[in-house]
Design a protein around this ligand. Sequence first.
Ligand code: C2O
Ligand code: CU
Ligand code: CU
Length: 527
Amino acid sequence: MKNLTRREFLKLFGVGASVLTIAGLSGCGVAPFLSGAAQSAQPRGDFVPDVELKLTATNTQTSILPGQPTQVWKYDGVVLKGDSANLQTIPNSYLGPIIRAKRGQKIRIHLNNALGEPTIIHWHGLHVPPEMDGHPRYAIAPGQSYVYDFEIRNRAGTYWFHPHPHQRTGFQAYAGLAGLFLVSDSEETEANLPGGEFDVPLVIQDRAFNANNQLVYVTNPMDQMMGFLGDRILVNGHPDFAMNVATRAYRLRVLNGSNSRVYKLAWEDGAPLTVIATDGGLLEKPAQPSYVTLGPGERVELWADFSNRRVGSELKLKSLAFAGAEAGMMGGGMMGGGMMGNSNAALPHGAEFTILRVKVDRELKENIQLPERLSTIQRHRLDDAINRQNPRAFGIAMQRMMTWTLNGRVFEMENVANDEIVKLNTLEAWEFVNQTNSMDQMVHPMHIHGVLFQVVERQIAPQFQAVWDTVRAGYVDDGWKDTVLLWPSERVKLLMRFEDFPGMYLYHCHNLEHEDQGLMRNYMIQA
Ligand code: C2O
Ligand code: CU
Ligand code: CU
């Protein structure tokens, strides 16, 4: 197919560039879907929570860049029952509070919607009943509240929460609505990892600002179709992030909370990363890749030992260059050497840049050892999958040039197709296939609600091997996952067991602009 220039593209789709800032807020963009059936859920009488929290989604302002404060959206949290350790506020940040809970605890969370548009929260990675999972059909109107009641069944890990209203997830998350949800359990306690101030959350996001320090979101149809990229890297809501550390070991919990940007994490001095956990908690034993490829929605935990570093020294955590994420689409070179797809002139996808700086500022003789064994992981076996001969396959492709599809379909609020129905208490093999041709070479971070899965196989088409080689050593596939990256032409085989809760869940691309356009579907777990 013929390559298009940017001008031709804009002409074809008839939309000129217009800047959309967060400042004006509710009026702009697509009106979010609000199902008539959505009710404020009432507390359930037989559920006695151990922990009760209130989260209010609201707009406020915070200082991000020097000068004028930035209008943001934010989750404000309050502990109603439990202790103050259940909520940890990140100072001067738009990010929501960090929720901490133990496996086995019952938790009640009241979501209050103080925004000017519908919203709902999804607990990314948590295994909760369908009506607690934040499906867009449960979005609540401004002024309403939704009560979540669930037991924490997940193993210890770094999970997170963010909005999930139809067609507004990207906008709302970008405006600031997101937070970490950290689960602990006895297995993790036994691993004896760095705790307290040595257990550091690092939420990496990219943002774009206008001259008045206000957030800028999708500015043209290309951003919407390919995914929005910012040109400022924020960590925990701060630009030029630096952390002061002592000469000892740290646990770094990294979330890629960006809408569409992939990071290729590496220490600047070439030392390997020590990975101790992925989306669904601790690995069996530490992995030591030279870099980690982290897609939107994915988490990785690092063991970072600074005990051999000099007080006064500095170390950067970088994102290294990679190929393939912005190739294709419109062919070569119209935007400052970058390609048209998923591109930001100031900070193209796949460029090298600094994410944060670590400054060793004090001596501390605490000597804590990296455990050889971190946890036990029950391995799923392909032989045990009921569909081992014929894995359930989902092709991701662009149709009619403008629409991302899953097996040819886009999101429908209430519908499930025949090939999207699974049985409770079965183990299945699923395959995602990033079907590309010259028009739609994009990476897709595919995410499944309701389950954690294991990655058992990956394949790439020969013509993409070289591009893939720039990222694939950074996939950490040994542990539990809920989101998995697919490079152009990549095919990934997953194993998952559907347990505990029958009902309807989502699976979708976690490039939030793709998701909002409909690269999302329901699947049904039948009892
Ligand atoms: Cu983190 Cu359905 O998403
Ligand atoms: Cu999720
Ligand atoms: Cu996608």
